[in-house]
Design a protein around this ligand. Structure first.
Ligand SMILES: [Zn+2]
Length: 556
């Protein structure tokens, strides 16, 4: 059924595209339905900002505008879907089945529009679309002084607005207790204020918001006698970070539940919709009562904490992550299945992913508890350090490969993001959640046309392929010169606004850095690399970032 409807949309869009020759306009009027809600009002503002930030066209109120964009919501059976109609002379109607659908319709409309022909050239895509995946999430790891923690809040807010246009409908953030002495720590309060601001913007964009937390994580002021027993980790997969308590000690369990209640209370004025519990890297306990953590201590503690969350936020959803449960000796997948067979508790989703391939267990044996499955693609850190230190890190092929491994069994996911340098990877994941039949290379082409220009799609797509083939810093080959040439050529065709945009600069700098590193045989030296790394640092606001992993390389 899904493939038939996709096919229909494609035919429809080609048909209409052929019918519509669009001319650029300089004045645009945007109308709203009567009694528009907060999300619709915000969507109008985002649409207006996108047009005026990208070209010289103006938003006007009068009836003399060259183009009228009518935003409408009409409830249909398919939530979050949209339809775009109208001949563009002078009317275009974007209809959402709800307020969220309206945002995604605006995104699709903008992406088929042009901004580089003097004025605004309205998009010619017509048809309708509905998402396949329900939980099209994103996880901002807000720590280490990275972009989410350090950038001016307006930049982060605009970034959230822009992600919504690609269909993102969940945003989870992180409160890293181990960085602070307690909730009254000034730095903790500063971060909490920031997290709440980001959540408010996310909600204005129709997103559900929440936290991804380490179930047994705590503040750095925790007394030593409450700490965990380190987890067995012969294969060095589970990580060993943070301040982790042993919930089998009654005082530690009491401290964790008390602290959890206080954490929940910090977000009273925003409201939380989802909690993702994290097992390892930070987290875990290897004592005889907790181990294996993934099938004993972890689900038990998560359930205790979820009762507190549900008391305070009745509709809250619970996601249990199974990260690195594929380490064979502990049998955690099997154990968790047995645990949830007896009692699913409050869990709504199982999240699975790993360092490399997608875990086979939930695909071959079924998801524990028969629950819907989410992924957690690693789009940030894979194969490069410092993370984002060399500019954009498009992983088009890798994400296609990982997606194929999931056999279309996902209900969505939460890509793991450390910053904005993996913007393309975020877009790829969001669009796969929307329509799992799409090819990642096709999504990348849509991104290039929208963010840069339809005229540079072939060149830039080819350059991005080369970036991915040169991803490993130890093996940058002569193709880096070709990628730089392609990017330099493409730049000639871009508007001054696009050339200055951070999305273009991180692509340009990646091409430049790769070419230089090929020439220096990997040595980080010389003025060109120094300036490139400094510019990236400024774009990320990473001046005070944790030196490794967040700060780009420093050349004295
Ligand atoms: Zn324990």
């Amino acid at each position: 059924m899904k493939s038939i409807s996709n096919h229909f949309v494609l035919v429809l869009s080609l048909f209409f595209t052929a019918q519509l020759a669009s001319a650029q306009v300089h004045t645009v009027r945007i109308t709203l339905p009567k009694n528009a809600g907060m999300i619709t009002e915000h969507a109008r503002q985002v649409l207006a900002n996108q047009i005026t930030n990208r070209c010289d066209a103006k938003i006007v109120d009068g009836k003399t505008a060259e183009l009228n964009i009518e935003l409408v919501t009409e409830t249909t059976a398919t939530s979050e879907s949209f339809r775009i109609t109208g001949d563009g002379k002078p009317n275009i109607r974007i209809t959402g089945s709800d307020e969220n659908g309206l945002i995604y319709g605006i995104g699709k409309f903008l992406r088929s529009s042009r901004f580089d022909q003097g004025g605004f050239t309205p998009g010619t895509w017509r048809g309708s679309s509905a998402p396949a995946g329900k939980a099209r999430g994103m996880y901002f790891a807000s720590h280490f002084g990275n972009f989410y923690e350090a950038a001016p809040i307006d930049e982060v807010s605009q970034y959230v607005d822009e992600l919504a246009l690609w269909g993102v409908n969940y945003l989870v953030l992180y409160f890293p207790e181990f960085q602070f002495t307690g909730f009254d720590d000034v730095a903790a309060q500063q971060l909490l204020t920031r997290l709440k601001s980001i959540m408010h913007v996310a909600k204005a964009n129709g997103m559900k918001v929440g936290l991804l937390q380490v179930a047994n994580g705590s503040f750095k002021s925790t007394p030593k006698e409450l700490l965990n027993i380190p987890v067995p980790d012969q294969l060095h997969r589970r990580g060993d970070f943070g301040v982790n308590l042993n919930p089998a000690i009654p005082e530690a369990h009491t401290a964790l539940t008390r602290q959890w209640a206080l954490l929940m209370d910090q977000f009273k004025d925003v409201g939380l919709d989802v909690i993702v519990y994290w097992p390892y890297d930070e987290g875990g306990c290897g004592c005889s009562e907790c181990w294996p953590w993934g099938s004993r201590g972890f689900p038990k503690l998560s359930n205790d904490l979820s009762k507190i969350s549900r008391d305070k936020y009745p509709g809250i959803q619970v996601v249990l992550s199974t990260w690195v449960f594929d380490t064979p000796e502990a049998g955690e997948w099997e154990g968790l299945s047995k645990y949830l067979q007896k009692d699913k508790g409050l869990v709504n989703y199982i999240m699975a992913d790993a360092h490399e391939d997608f875990p086979r267990y939930p695909l071959d044996k079924g998801v524990p508890g028969g629950l819907p499955l989410l992924n957690f693609p690693e789009i940030s850190m894979w194969g490069q350090a410092p993370w984002g230190g060399y500019g954009a890190n498009p992983l088009t092929d890798r994400l296609q490969h990982l997606w194929n491994e999931t056999e279309n069994k996902l209900s969505g996911g939460f890509p793991y993001s450390e910053g904005i340098y993996e913007d393309i990877n975020k877009v790829i994941c969001s669009q796969l959640y929307w329509n799992g039949q799409r090819f990642t290379a096709d999504i990348v082409r849509e991104y290039i046309a929208f963010e840069f220009s339809p005229d540079v799609v072939d060149q830039v797509a080819k350059a991005l392929e080369i970036f991915e083939s040169n991803h490993d810093r130890e093996h940058i080959n002569t193709s880096a010169k070709e990628a730089f040439r392609l990017i330099e050529d493409a730049e000639q065709k871009l508007t001054p606004r696009v050339r200055k945009s951070w999305r273009w600069r991180i692509l340009y700098l990646r091409a430049l850095i790769d070419r230089e590193m090929f020439a220096t045989k990997g040595k980080l030296e010389g003025e060109t690399l120094k300036n490139a790394f400094n510019e990236l640092t400024a774009i990320y606001h990473a001046e005070h970032g944790h030196s490794m992993p967040i700060h780009p390389p420093v050349i004295q």
